[in-house]
Design a protein around this ligand. Structure first.
Ligand code: PMP
Length: 401
């Protein structure tokens, strides 16, 4: 494998020609040519669907589709590909756990412990299932270091705790809690653990066996793959006990007006024609990633965030909400509204995000109404950082009283 080279890496992303300065990879990553080619080829050449038709093209496509499942299993070290369920993304994967695993098991008075740092995708499904069952969502507060305060776990975990919902990496602060510690403590009271890997998988795919994770969810589009595809890992002993949450074609072995018999996992959780182009595109992304020096790429993008933080720290009113070592830089400028700044930056061709980042409780805990967020990827450059700094100086000049 050749060592990471920023120019070579960058040249694989055609959207950079159009995108100006793209500092929004935590929202969605740009797609490399390798992924675009496979997705295009599917729509151009593959006259088939999967798991249905008997003709040759359909059989070949089904084999590639199932091979992709094995690739995902390998990425996170799942024991078998049968533990991997395709979903639209992290959001759908967590909703699946809430509805198929939690809903039939939760009783009034049961508790779901959710960290205050969570994206809404790992909070709202729990609030919904709590309302459906009479269970209670309990907050694991943010600590002074902007990470979920795991020191409070022994106090908050108890015999009523059925689930702990925790993000591998915050999409705002970039903070990564100690998953091993949290999981050991949660398992100590018999709770199951759901890890939101949407951001974490980009930087360090979790080893679900080593960490003893019960459920792990992620999205393909943050990992250089297509939108609309992601996956849920679940321990097989749990998946085999769960009831399907959506019914339809190919999730069953027998159907009549009297009832139906579900297939075994993972197929019983995949009703309807799946996102085949998404699955093949995600497989292409994983294959492409395996040829890249991602450790070098990761050091490089963190270095860009370090540089941006150092340079911006010289501006009046700059406050960083970054957990150190992250490639995400959430910040604000005291006295100027984040949405005014982001509008001026957009006019100068800089794409970044401002607001609550689908994490309103976290933003409230940080004591602000919102932040800007520059997220750096290996296809960004030091010039991008300098352009951001200059544009921000101009914006502050215009907006400050
Ligand atoms: N969790 C985190 C930490 C995220 O950053 C995101 C995407 N912004 C999600 C969950 C939801 O992912 P998706 O919208 O792809 O389902």
């Amino acid at each position: 494998m050749t060592p990471f080279n920023p120019t070579d890496f960058r040249n694989q992303f055609p959207a950079l020609q159009q995108a100006g300065i793209y500092l929004d990879s935590a929202a969605t990553a740009l797609k490399p040519l390798a992924v675009i080619a496979v997705t295009q080829q599917f729509y151009r050449d593959d006259a088939a669907t999967v798991h249905r038709s008997q003709h040759r093209a359909a059989q070949d496509l089904t084999a590639r589709f199932e091979q992709a499942r094995r690739q995902v299993a390998m990425l996170i070290n799942a024991p078998t590909a049968d533990d991997i369920i395709w979903a639209r993304g992290t959001t759908e994967a967590i909703n699946l756990v809430a509805q198929s695993y939690a809903r039939p098991r939760l009783q009034p008075g049961d508790e779901i412990l959710v960290s205050e740092a969570e994206h809404h995708a790992n909070l709202i499904p729990w609030l919904m299932v709590a309302e459906q069952t009479g269970a209670r969502v309990v907050k694991l507060p943010l600590g002074a270091d902007r990470l979920p305060d795991l020191a409070q776990l022994p106090r908050l975990l108890n015999g009523k705790t059925r689930l702990l919902a925790l993000g591998q990496m915050s999409n705002v602060t970039g903070g990564c809690p100690d998953l091993a510690q949290a999981i050991t403590l949660a398992h100590g009271v018999g709770a199951r653990v759901v890890i939101d890997g949407a951001q974490g998988i980009v930087h360090c795919p979790a080893d679900v066996q080593r960490l003893d994770i019960d459920f792990y969810a992620f999205s393909g589009h943050k990992l250089y793959g297509p939108t609309g595809i992601g996956a849920l890992y679940g321990k097989s002993e749990l998946l085999t006990q769960m009831v399907p949450w959506q019914g339809g074609g190919k999730m069953l072995t027998q159907a009549s007006f009297e009832g139906f018999t579900p297939q075994k996992p993972p197929h019983c959780f995949e009703a309807g024609t799946p996102n085949i182009a998404g699955v093949l595109g995600l497989a292409a992304a994983l294959e492409w990633l395996s040829t890249q020096d991602m450790a070098g790429a990761e050091r490089y993008s963190r270095g860009l965030a370090d540089l941006a933080e150092q340079r911006l720290a010289q501006l009046p009113g700059f406050r960083s909400f970054r957990c150190s070592g992250s490639s995400l830089l959430a910040f604000d400028i005291v006295g100027i509204h984040h949405s005014d700044i982001v509008t001026l930056l957009a006019e100068q061709g800089i794409a970044l995000r401002a607001g609550q980042h689908c994490a309103q409780p976290l933003i409230a805990a940080l004591g602000v109404s919102g932040t800007l967020r520059a997220s750096f990827a290996p296809y960004n450059s030091t010039e991008d950082v300098e352009t951001l700094v200059t544009a921000l100086i101009n914006a502050i000049d215009l907006l400050a009283d």
